[in-house]
Write a protein that binds this ligand. Structure first.
Ligand SMILES: Cc1ncc(COP(=O)(O)O)c(C=O)c1O
Length: 443
């Protein structure tokens, strides 16, 4: 035994530098620590707002978590947890199980998705891989569809997590395809074509289009005609189309949600290039349960994802608890209806509240956020001006929101503000705090 260990002193003399970590780890650590997301989240955890206990704390409006109907989930769980978990035979819970998810869960989830997506999707459990949240589903698909250095096209602004989920481990390049306010942030096939050709000129292989529908951060829905055009595009280029539909079931407007799977199926496209991502983090507001799913019609993708599933499988007790919840049609319908009403109300209150300061929101139909144009509060119309405003919102108003540049929005001044992490009573507090910034600007 080494002398120093016996004496309980350090084995490494202080003149040694610490053992190096991988360059992957270094670059991940740096990029994460420098992001507005990280800085904002740290402020929220260090000084969290609480109406009673910490009324001057930082209000979290940057996480798309829906706490508006938590009471209903809580009630269902307390009524049913005993029967679904504790009374069940322990031998159902402890052994190894199919690593890509229980058949019972896949069957219940397929039926639930059919209901939520208004029969716009019809799935066979054999086409599903259960993952630890949608995050793992996204990463797995990027691993299956592209090699390191290959690229995917993503309409921007896009969900900030894509940078992490596609780049960190799979090494896939993201090519943002800008959508603009003048076009109501609708994606355009001609911009896709342009981005595709530019990548080709650089010698980069584009393997897929990734998109979120309903969109995070904008909250709009892609209509059937555009989905058709997208399928034409990927067919012509012989690439894949991944549709992240985690926000299906979060509609609060009148626009109809159509799944890409529906268009591919009814209009006779080759479904093997179409992959849908879903999960329960948004629709049932259960991000802590870590349930996601890859729905694919491609046997190679399914076969590979099934092997890869070893790295992200979901605990059996969690799956067992969810089977009866997802199969409880009355609960699901009631939950979605009540949640929709509460969400609509919060959305409208935010939009009205912001209007009093001349701040306009994009007219969204889905999602747990407003997409807000705050350019009238910026000192300069640039990314720098946007980040200065974000900093003021965080440090003067003490509200944490997502700047559009974090979502790769090409127009400065847009922010994503989540409306479902606070209660109705807190809206006036948020507005009071935004007022502080409008007053500082006037002064
Ligand atoms: C569009 C989109 N996809 C995927 C995810 C990740 O979901 P999960 O928490 O299930 O990993 C999110 C989370 O906010 C999201 O907004």
């Amino acid at each position: 035994m080494l002398k120093s260990a016996v004496a309980g002193t350090a084995l490494v003399p202080s003149s040694f530098s610490p053992a190096a970590v991988s360059s992957r780890a270094t670059s991940m650590y740096r990029s994460e620590h420098e992001s507005t997301r990280h800085v904002g989240q740290s402020k929220c955890s260090d000084d969290p707002y609480d109406r009673a206990a910490n009324p001057n704390g930082v209000i979290q409006l940057a996480i798309a978590e829906n706490r508006l109907a938590m009471d209903l989930v809580k009630e269902w769980i307390s009524d049913n947890v005993k029967a679904s978990l504790i009374d069940s035979d322990i031998s159902h819970l402890v052994p190894y199980h199919p690593i890509d998810g229980l058949l019972e869960l896949k069957t219940a989830l397929a039926a639930f998705m059919g209901q939520v997506m208004l029969e716009s999707i019809s799935l066979d459990p054999s086409q599903m891989i259960i993952t630890a949240g949608a995050t793992s589903a996204i990463e797995t698909l990027s691993f299956c569809l592209a090699d390191p250095g290959d690229a995917v096209l993503i309409p921007s602004p896009y969900y900030t997590g894509y940078d992490r989920n596609l780049k960190w481990r799979a090494g896939v390049e993201i090519i943002p395809v800008p959508c603009r306010s003048i076009d109501n942030f609708r994606l355009s096939i001609s911009s896709m074509e342009l981005a595709y050709n530019q990548a080709k000129k650089r010698g980069v292989k584009v393997r897929a289009i990734f998109l979120s529908n309903p969109s995070n951060p904008i909250g709009n829905l892609i209509d059937r005609v555009t989905l058709h055009e997208l399928l034409d595009f990927v067919t012509e280029k012989n690439i894949h189309l991944v549709s992240d539909e985690v926000f299906a079931g979060s509609n609060h407007g009148t626009d109809e949600f159509v799944s890409i799977a529906d268009v591919a199926h009814t209009e006779g496209f080759d479904k093997t290039r179409v992959h849908v991502i879903y999960g329960l983090s948004k629709v049932l507001a259960l991000p802590g349960f870590r349930i996601g799913v890859i729905c694919s019609f491609n046997e190679y993708v399914l076969g590979t994802a099934k092997k890869y599933a070893r790295f992200f499988s979901v605990s059996v007790p969690t799956q067992r608890l969810l089977v009866p919840m997802l199969s409880d049609v009355n609960f699901a319908l009631k939950y979605i209806e009540i949640k929709k009403k509460r969400l609509r109300r919060m959305y409208e209150l935010f939009v009205e509240g912001l209007e009093q300061f001349g701040i306009n929101c994009f007219p969204s139909s889905a999602g747990y956020y407003c997409w807000v144009n705050m350019s009238n509060l910026m000192r300069s119309n640039s990314e720098k001006g946007e980040l200065e405003l974000w900093d003021k919102l965080l440090n003067i108003s003490k509200i944490n929101v997502t700047p559009g540049s974090e979502c790769r929005c090409v127009e400065p001044g847009w922010f994503r503000i989540c409306v479902t992490t606070i209660t109705e009573d807190d809206i006036s507090v948020v507005m009071e705090r935004i007022k502080r910034i409008t007053e500082t600007n006037e002064g």
